[in-house]
Design a protein around this ligand. Structure first.
Ligand code: SF4
Ligand code: SF4
Length: 177
């Protein structure tokens, strides 16, 4: 009876020591999480946030998007809707047409590129598959590092990416949003 009691006590102490060893080992290891919002992570490399429009090299308020609609068609969840309009014909086009009517041979006027009016991502349904970015012929889409996205309604996750790009260009250096 006494021997059994001693054995049980020793087993209990042993499991206590094993537990303390595991706790102690983890206690001295560096943190892998942060106390958000007091702290934020140092690097977001490799993080896949929602897709975003890439700014044009010459004008950061404009996107590289040429409104080809490839991304709209390929998206398996129909997350993307966009609106683009063809810009009005420029005065030079009219001039070119005038010259042609006078018999002068000129190179045919270039087709006007459609201008992006809005680019809406419904992030509620996005599976972050990346097909839209992969298929984009101009590299106009990429994953963002918008890690702190939060909201109370579904509508808050329907994002106008063009308006976001323009906001970011105006407030360059401001936190990602
Ligand atoms: S990442 Fe995939 S699901 Fe999300 S918008 Fe692009 S194609 Fe659609
Ligand atoms: S695939 Fe690229 S260029 Fe074409 S509409 Fe989408 S974002 Fe614009």
């Amino acid at each position: 009876m006494i021997a059994k009691s001693i054995r049980e006590n020793l087993q209990g102490m042993w499991s206590l020591l094993v537990g303390m060893k595991v706790t102690g080992k983890n206690f001295v290891q560096p943190n892998i999480t942060v106390h958000y919002p007091r702290q934020t992570v140092a690097s977001l490399e490799g993080y896949r946030g929602h897709v975003e429009l890439v700014p044009h090299d010459k004008d950061p308020t404009k996107s590289k998007c040429i409104a080809c609609s490839n991304c709209v068609r390929i998206c398996p969840n129909s997350c993307i809707t966009m609106k683009a309009v063809k810009p009005k014909k420029k005065a030079e086009d009219k001039e070119a047409a005038g010259d042609q009517s006078e018999g002068k041979k000129k190179a045919p006027a270039k087709k006007a590129k459609p201008e992006l009016q809005s680019f809406i991502l419904d992030y509620n349904y996005c599976s972050l598959c990346g097909q839209c970015a992969e298929l984009c012929p101009t590299g106009a889409l990429r994953f963002s590092s918008n890690v702190y996205l939060a909201g109370f309604t579904r509508q808050e996750f329907v994002i106008d990416l063009l308006a976001r790009l323009q906001r970011q260009a105006q407030t360059k250096g401001a936190p990602n949003g």
